[in-house]
Design a protein around this ligand. Structure first.
Ligand code: LGS
Length: 500
């Protein structure tokens, strides 16, 4: 080959950017899991403050009263982001730090000040804030009315919309990326199906505690009602943003949806391929189909018996349709699914499939993380991105969470935990699969956020499960130490994010 061609190749490789030039590399957090400062400066109680106080709801009866004390330590945590070259940061607003009883008639100025300070510090450091309006910390004031006044109450749509409007008005000149809701499935099924999350409602057969903690529940119907109201709340907030703010503030808005990808349990059984399709429609499709098509997935309306799956009125459907500037994805794990064909009576079995980390021949899909539900399967990310591209006509996609808990990490001495090769492998292989999806499959992925910047309060697992690329020492004044996975991420950003 002539030198000339070699030169051209060199230019081609060194100048072509692998990822879009505006690609966002980030790290994610959520208010309740990191902030602490639960009862200072006027913050009102949320449903997780209440829920975590019930005995044996949380590992070791731990609480997030202090958590990572991000409330006071955000300036040094921002320095970690800067040091690692992470230029995008996903945080959530605590609804009750801004509006202690949840209503806009009662604004907590100290809360407004806190988020203004945080956002200003991020911007000054050259870091773009991505703000989730709701990451599971509903005002306890609503729950105090009746347990049905939470996401089960159709009026939650107006309350959330007013809160969202307040946030756009107050912070929208600085915040350019909004996420309405984090993982509606987790809210609906965790909070109202199995009852493992606040407000802790479920049918008696799912656990006695629900009658005590959540004041009852019905796992067959409530998750679908809750998801329905949450979708309508999302649509209302997006409409408010578009009508009153987007033109002047020039930001973008969407939500983020958790989903794995699945493989057939028996690869020679056609029904198990059907189970694959249905299982993803039941997870990602439950929330993306309404945004894109204005209705629930046909897979769901086909299988869910009775009239348990609500329907949208023509007005609601019109409002939902197109209510996104991007689709968000939280991806962690995948599994095998097997078609049972047996009609179910709740979200767990309505899809008529069962899931397992093992296939028919006993093959494990991928290593277990510390979290029991998390089997590492990086190709699933690429497959899911392609599924989303195909089903939703090539949307812009952000991966808003991807991360892992390392087996045994919480029992290791700090020095050993910092050498988190398991997490390094996880990140490296997921990023490569994402890059393949972008470069080879032309999926429009616009950003990738690691869960999480910090070890933090992992809901029912308390502090026993660590997802951070930064170690937080809970026995020693919450000191931070950067893990090797963070340095790997730094070099991946440097290498893949370089544009000429
Ligand atoms: O910390 C949460 C991370 C960790 O794992 C974050 O707040 C959430 O947005 C997100 O849900 N996260 C997460 N997700 C996987 C949840 C799977 C739960 C499966 C439970 C089966 C019993």
């Amino acid at each position: 080959m002539s030198k000339f061609f070699a030169f051209l190749l060199f230019i081609g490789f060194s100048c072509a950017s692998v990822l879009p030039s505006d690609f966002a590399w980030g790290a994610a957090t959520a208010a309740f899991q990191v902030e602490g400062a639960w009862n200072v400066s006027g913050r009102g109680p949320c449903i997780w403050d209440f829920f975590q106080d019930f005995p044996n709801r949380i590992y070791n009866n731990e609480t997030a009263h202090v958590a990572d004390d991000f409330y006071d330590r955000y300036p040094s945590d921002i320095k970690i982001l800067q040091q690692l070259g992470i230029k995008n940061f996903r945080l959530s607003f605590s609804w009750t730090r801004l509006l202690p009883n949840g209503l806009v008639s009662n604004v907590n100025q100290a809360g407004v000040q806190f988020y203004n300070n945080l956002i200003d510090a991020l911007l000054l450091a050259g870091i773009q804030p991505y703000v989730t309006l709701y990451h599971w910390d509903l005002p306890q004031a609503f729950n105090n009315l009746t347990a049905q006044s939470t996401w089960l109450d159709p009026d939650i749509v107006n309350k959330f919309n007013a809160y969202a409007d307040f946030c756009f008005k107050t912070f929208g000149n600085k915040v350019k990326y909004w996420l309405t809701l984090n993982e509606i499935e987790s809210i609906a099924w965790g909070g109202y199906g199995v009852g493992s999350a606040a407000p802790g409602r479920c049918s008696p057969s799912f656990g006695d505690w629900c009658q005590q903690v959540g004041g009852g529940g019905n796992s067959s119907t409530e998750p679908y009602l809750v998801a329905h109201n949450a979708l309508l709340a999302h649509a209302a907030a997006v409409q408010t943003y578009r009508k009153n703010y987007q033109k002047t503030q020039k930001g973008k808005i969407g939500m983020t949806i958790n989903s794995g990808f699945n493989l057939p349990w028996d690869s020679s059984d056609e029904d198990d391929y059907k189970a694959v399709q249905y299982s993803i429609a039941f997870q990602y499709g439950w929330f993306a189909d309404p945004q894109v098509f204005g209705r629930y997935p046909t897979e769901m309306s086909e299988l869910i018996t009775g009239n348990r799956l609500p329907t949208f009125t023509p007005e609601q459907s019109a409002l939902l349709k197109g209510s996104y500037d991007f689709l968000g994805l939280n991806y962690y794990a995948s599994g095998y699914v097997h078609w049972t064909g047996i009609p179910g009576d709740n979200y767990q079995n309505d899809g008529r499939y069962t899931g397992s980390p093992y296939n028919k021949t006993g093959h494990l899909i991928g290593p277990f993380a510390e979290s029991t539900w998390l089997n590492v399967y990086p190709p699933g990310l690429r497959m899911l991105l392609n599924w989303i591209k195909a089903r939703y006509n090539d949307p812009d996609i952000y991966i808003f969470e991807n991360g892992v808990s390392v087996p045994g990490e919480n029992d290791m001495p700090e020095a050993q935990a910092l050498n988190d090769t398991f997490r390094m492998n996880y990140i490296y292989n997921h990023v490569l699969n994402m890059v393949d999806a972008v470069v080879n499959d032309k999926v429009r992925v616009k950003g990738y956020f690691l869960w999480s910047l910090l070890d933090n309060f992992e809901w029912t697992q308390g502090f026993s499960i660590r997802f951070g690329i930064t170690y937080v020492n809970y026995n020693q004044n919450l000191t931070r130490a950067i893990k090797n996975s963070a340095y790997l991420y730094q070099s991946l950003i440097g290498y893949l994010g370089t544009h000429h």
